[in-house]
Design a protein around this ligand. Structure first.
Ligand code: ZN
Length: 306
């Protein structure tokens, strides 16, 4: 693969305008169904949980209900645990790992915490297996006031009433080979910047908040996930994806400053999972299990250290 070949859309060094974004959008193909794979998987949960439609995403004549799952017997004396997935629609195990957590483990937390689970924040991108929304915006750089991304603005509004009571927030992601072959080159092209090739780590890792690091919490999640799938090693420079490794499988970002989903509350415990689905050593089932295990460990740790 020739990494120096220019991205096929736009002029190198010049940020995209409306014409380039339209050209990009025209090339996006619907590859799977949010209704069949996600909405249909949420339906059976209505017998035990409250399902709320917290917004409708609209692009052209396409509409997507934005759905969240909540504990039925909410108790205001209990803290809130927020679980988010599919902020990046192509990161499949974030969506299905969140749903698997609800199906298989949410009952274990009944009476201990109020659950709020938004499993697929970016349904248009889920269908296109893409990172951006239809306006070539990354929702996971858009969690800020007056967000330019409908997906992010809707979640901010959903969380607002309980924002001060969120004890723990876990945001479920993947780092994939297509990050390096498609999404990072597209990002560089969109912004008129050079693409700097980097590697993709083989294994699971977490992103902590550099503004409020919680190393023991991150460690508890890593230890739980290590029983399900392998943890990403640091590269020769002691880094994962360009950031210094602060503990096995853990890096830090300034969540709020970057407009990341995990910075949407002031929760004491925040983390972003990064599953590597393209590993020859990981199956899709394992990726979903890793996400669900991470959620369980995060909630158990937070509830034991409120
Ligand atoms: Zn992601």
């Amino acid at each position: 693969m020739n990494h120096t070949a220019p991205y096929p859309i736009g002029t190198p060094g010049t940020p995209w305008g409306a014409a380039e974004k339209a050209q990009w959008l025209a090339g996006q193909v619907r590859r799977r169904s949010y209704a069949d794979e996600v909405v249909a998987a949420i339906e059976p949960l209505r017998s035990k949980f409250d399902v709320v439609e917290y917004g409708t995403l609209q692009y052209g004549d396409e509409r997507f209900p934005l759905l969240a799952i909540r504990s039925r017997d909410r108790n205001d004396a209990l803290p809130v645990a927020l679980v988010t997935g599919g902020v990046h629609g192509y990161e499949t195990s974030g969506v299905h790992g969140a749903l698997q957590f609800v199906r298989d483990h949410a009952a274990d937390f009944a009476g201990r915490v109020n659950l709020l689970v938004a499993p697929c924040i970016s349904p248009w991108a889920y269908e296109r297996i893409h990172r951006w929304n239809a306006e070539a915006i990354d929702p996971n750089r858009s969690f800020r006031a007056d967000s330019p991304a409908q997906e992010s603005a809707a979640l901010i509004k959903l969380v607002e009433p309980v924002r001060d009571r969120v004890l723990v927030h876990i945001d479920l992601h993947e780092t994939t080979d297509t990050d390096e072959t498609e999404f990072r080159p597209a990002l560089a092209a969109r912004d008129g910047k050079p693409f700097e090739p980097d590697g993709i780590p083989d294994g699971f890792y977490l992103v902590d908040d550099s503004e409020n690091p919680q190393p023991e919490f991150q460690k508890a999640v890593i230890e739980a996930v290590a029983k399900v799938t392998h943890i990403a090693p640091a590269d020769a420079q002691g880094r994962i994806i360009g950031s210094p490794v602060v503990a096995p499988g853990v890096i830090e970002y300034s969540l709020r400053k970057l407009g990341l989903c995990a910075g949407v509350t002031d929760a004491r415990y925040k983390t972003t999972t990064e599953v590597y689905p393209d590993s020859p050593r990981a199956t899709p089932e394992q990726c979903n299990l890793a996400q669900a295990a991470a959620v369980c460990a995060a909630l158990e740790y937070a509830l034991a250290h409120p």
